[in-house]
Design a protein around this ligand. Structure first.
Ligand code: G4P
Length: 541
């Protein structure tokens, strides 16, 4: 049983939490960086284990069979460790080429994001999409330019690409000394010192650091930089001349991103990044409930469900709801309210998730994520709160870009099919649309990318024993009419189809964005939104 905590202790616990997600394009090094952060956080004694654990998981889990087959990480998990007095929660986002809403939802639970860029590749498409979501939420984004141990692009080039493509000001917190096989260290612009790295046993252990305090032109610093001294001094002078200063407020709102250089593979630059990041990144901030901010420290326990996953582990055929705690302290076994139904619930079975390993939690604080065993009660976006009147805005639904028609199974299997589809729609694996006057014969599934259909098929087969048959539909875009819409106007349209969404609202599916442009030109009063409830983005901040 957990002990009582004073308000001061609760405040301290909440303030020291840092909850973030890493956003990147596949192969930029997210798994590697995550592993190295765990190494520096003392959660791993030797690097190599995360990948090894991935492999071990593959051997034991049905659900992850698909990950093995496709060589990708489909599910996301939560990792945590302690570093420099901070409690660090990393929300691991799936890194495959297709988008899933899971990734977006995870970003809703994060207080900041680390944007990982491959030094040779610069800004890639997936990074751009994820960055857009962070910008919408106005959460701080910290940039880590990875793979500096390889021959990459000029740092100034990467900087201007981020500024141009992502529309953020970039301010380097440090500057690389050497590159490729000559990557030696970084010059820390904030502390005004040089940090040179060595050792690290090819990344399995923490690296040694030699620190030389002083300005880049100081003889001792210049001597330590060796052949790179003048190049680094020139680069830094250019930055100084451009007035590139970090501004906490602008970083906080996501309009400026601090930039760091390093190599997750060799561990060069990982510690300086982690330390500075934890110092600059915000702890849990007030989230909005009905337009009012809910202070994470002074208000009682509350949180929202941002992800639900069933059958994660074939040994435990259960359903886990991931709860992001937004205020106060969570205590195992205590009673709280499930706001949507107004029912009291006791949070008896709660787990903290560390990768796939589950630990029982006795208590947790605002900023943490706990997994709750879900008897079928929760929906994504649900609020739990000790205090009446708190309800966090739901999680925005994103417009799918791939659509399939469900071929109905034989009568015997129909029940299982309906149950499975219902479950996976609830988890947000895919979105469900219907023709306005049909039953299950008219189901249309929508997803951000085709991979989600594979996940759906795989899970329906392994978990519900149903073979899902799908046929392609030619649509690539969905919009939700907000005003000026009359369904009969589109009855005979060949390029736009009128459907109902899961909540029985009207939605439109079209072959291309051009179809919607044409439609809006013809009907000036028509207002189309990219999500069923566009205001959710505003209120989810
Ligand atoms: P992801 O999760 O973002 O998809 O990337 P992941 O960490 O799996 O890394 C993708 C590849 O990039 C891996 O190589 C990894 O070793 C490499 N990598 C990651 N960080 C760095 C870095 O700082 N420098 C260099 N040079 N490479 C890096 P791989 O060949 O696909 O796998 P493996 O054989 O190394 O396991």
């Amino acid at each position: 049983m957990s002990t009582e905590r004073s308000p001061e202790e609760i405040r301290r616990e909440i303030r020291r939490r840092r909850t973030f997600a890493i956003i990147s394009h596949p192969d930029a090094g997210k798994t590697t960086l995550t592993e190295k952060l765990l190494l520096y956080g003392g959660a791993l004694r030797e690097a190599g284990a995360v990948r090894a654990q991935k492999a071990a998981r593959h051997a034991t889990s049905d659900w992850l069979e698909l990950e093995k087959q496709r060589g990708i990480s489909v599910s996301s998990s939560v990792l945590h460790f302690e570093f420099g007095g901070h409690r660090v929660n990393i929300l691991d986002t799936p890194g495959h080429r297709d988008f899933s809403e899971d990734t977006y939802r995870t970003l809703m639970a994060a207080d900041s994001a680390v944007m990982l860029i491959d030094a040779a590749r610069g800004v890639e498409p997936q990074t751009r999409k994820l960055c857009e979501v962070c910008r919408l939420r106005q959460i701080p984004i910290f940039t880590f330019v990875n793979k500096m141990d390889r021959h990459g692009r000029d740092p100034l080039d990467i900087m201007s690409e981020i500024e141009e493509v992502l529309g953020m000001d970039v301010v380097p917190a440090n500057w690389p000394v050497g590159a490729g096989s000559d990557f030696r260290g970084i010059y820390d612009r904030l502390e005004r010192r040089l940090v040179l790295f060595s050792g690290g046993d090819h990344g399995t252990h923490r690296v040694d650091e030699e620190i030389v305090a002083g300005e880049p032109a100081d003889p001792e610093v210049a001597r330590a930089m060796g052949p790179f001294a003048s190049e680094v001094a020139d680069g830094l002078e250019l930055l100084e001349g451009a007035g590139a200063e970090l501004d906490a407020e602008r970083v906080g709102s996501g309009s400026q991103t601090p930039m760091f250089f390093g190599s997750a593979l060799t561990n060069f630059g990982v510690r300086p990044f982690l330390e500075r990041y934890l110092e600059m990144a915000p702890g849990p901030v007030a989230r909005q409930s009905g337009g009012e901010p809910v202070d994470p420290v002074t208000r009682p326990f509350s949180g929202f469900v941002f992800k639900i996953q069933a059958n994660m582990d074939p040994d435990h055929r259960d359903r886990v709801a991931f709860l992001r705690i937004c205020s106060g302290r969570f205590v195992k076994g205590r009673q709280t309210t499930h706001v949507r139904t107004g029912k009291p619930i006791r949070l008896a079975n709660s787990t903290l998730l560390m990768g796939k390993d589950r630990e029982e939690v006795e208590e947790a604080f605002a900023g943490d994520v706990v997994g709750l065993f879900d008897p079928g009660l929760f929906r994504i976006g649900d609020t739990l709160s000790d205090e009446p009147g708190i309800a966090y805005a739901g999680i925005p639904i994103f417009a799918p870009e791939s659509f399939m028609r469900v071929e109905v199974a034989g009568v015997q299997k129909r029940k299982a099919l309906e149950k499975g589809v219902e479950q996976l729609v609830q988890e947000g694996v895919v979105q469900l649309f219907r023709d306005p006057d049909g039953g299950s014969a008219s189901w249309i599934l929508g997803a951000m990318g085709p991979l989600q259909f594979d996940v759906m098929k795989h899970r329906l087969q392994t978990e519900y024993g149903v073979e899902l048959k799908l046929s392609n539909l030619p649509y690539t875009i969905a919009r939700w009419p907000q005003a000026g819409f009359a369904p009969e106007d589109l009855r005979y349209s060949e390029r736009i189809r009128v459907v109902k969404d899961r909540d029985d609202g009207w939605a439109l599916l079209a072959h291309s964005p051009w179809d919607f442009d044409r439609l809006c030109e013809r009907n000036e009063s028509l207002v189309l939104a990219e999500t069923p409830d566009p205001s959710l983005f505003e209120s989810a901040r």
